[in-house]
Design a protein around this ligand. Sequence first.
Ligand SMILES: Nc1ncnc2c1ncn2[C@@H]1O[C@H](COP(=O)(O)OP(=O)(O)OP(=O)(O)O)[C@@H](O)[C@H]1O
Length: 252
Amino acid sequence: MISVEALTIFTDEHGLVRNVSFEVGEGERVGLIGESGSGKSLTASALMGLLPEGLRATGSITFHGKQLIGTSERELSQLRGRDMAMVFQEPMTALNPLMRVGRQVAESVRLHTRRSRRQAKALAEELLDSVGLPGTGGRYPHQLSGGQRQRVLLAIALANDPALLICDEPTTALDVTVQAQVLDLILAGVAERSAALLFITHDLAVVARVCERLLVMHEGSIVEEGSTREVLTNPRHDYTRRLLAASDLEAA
Ligand SMILES: Nc1ncnc2c1ncn2[C@@H]1O[C@H](COP(=O)(O)OP(=O)(O)OP(=O)(O)O)[C@@H](O)[C@H]1O
């Protein structure tokens, strides 16, 4: 469904992500792990066509057979939020602080589908119900907890039934019990839609729970790839072994 080949991301001076290749199949849940600075977020931004100013990507990213590298911003913005959507670590930066959250969910629906205001509002309420936030559409982001804001972002990301959901450290800023709740909602949300999931984290306990397959990044490259079980029980790359030793994950 999404296929990345020889993706390289660089500034004028140097490469930040080098020659990265992987695929995510329909409905597959893949974890992208690696320590801070290894290039996980940049890889995700390249998939979404949202690389920061000053960075360029070469190689190939095909989504449902369509080449995304070099595609116009206009076309990319049609894909984003409709066919692929993303949930970030810090929901406050992705939400509009001045708009009620129900309206933000409804706008995401209306941006990509022909629905009346009233239909979009009803769907927004359903989506907020489905992430365990019934009756909160009238609130502003600052009136919600971090976990609730993250659930609003999830509702927005799932609003148009994307084929691919990318989550970049979606639960890192949350405390452990809320983390589990949000992870369950992400899993339920993708399962209901048969959507694929690319899940970025440095938390191995989280990927063990969420992902079927893992990609391990180190210094801008993918150094290991395999089923979650394989990678966590029998890591081949020295870096993955160190990552496992540094985590508090019990042997799976
Ligand atoms: N806009 C930018 N300009 C120059 N360098 C950048 C830019 N954004 C990121 N980098 C560098 O690229 C490398 C990879 O960054 P990236 O954010 O992808 O790492 P990451 O694995 O997601 O880390 P984290 O887990 O901390 O988010 C880092 O060395 C970072 O400093």
